[in-house]
Design a protein around this ligand. Structure first.
Ligand SMILES: [Zn+2]
Length: 101
């Protein structure tokens, strides 16, 4: 009797964040820990679901100028988003997300 010398496919279960769909882990509790601070989760009141969020722009004012970093358009918001902000007091749901449940 001989053994077949080929890689064996296996099927694994992973858990995925339903908001960003990028964060996946084998352990469900790891994803549950991620979800409250997920930038794409409206309940986290974070920048990327906010009407004030201004995405980064690769185009500067002239060709040699670096692009603009992402920012906040709220008058009392930070000038520059150096790190993710969650639970923001200025957060307001972006209209593109309002149609969802
Ligand atoms: Zn996520």
């Amino acid at each position: 009797m001989s053994t077949v010398d080929l890689p064996t496919p296996i099927v694994v279960t992973r858990h995925q964040c339903p908001h960003c769909q990028r964060y996946t882990r084998a352990r469900r509790d790891r994803v549950e820990q991620h979800m409250p601070r997920c930038w794409q989760n409206p309940a986290a009141r974070a920048c990327k679901t906010c009407v004030n969020y201004e995405p980064a722009d690769q185009e500067g004012p002239y060709p040699e100028h670096p692009g603009w970093p992402e920012g906040c358009g709220h008058e009392d918001g930070p000038d520059e988003l150096k790190q993710p902000i969650t639970d923001c007091p200025h957060w307001e749901l972006h209209p593109r997300l309002a149609a969802r449940d």
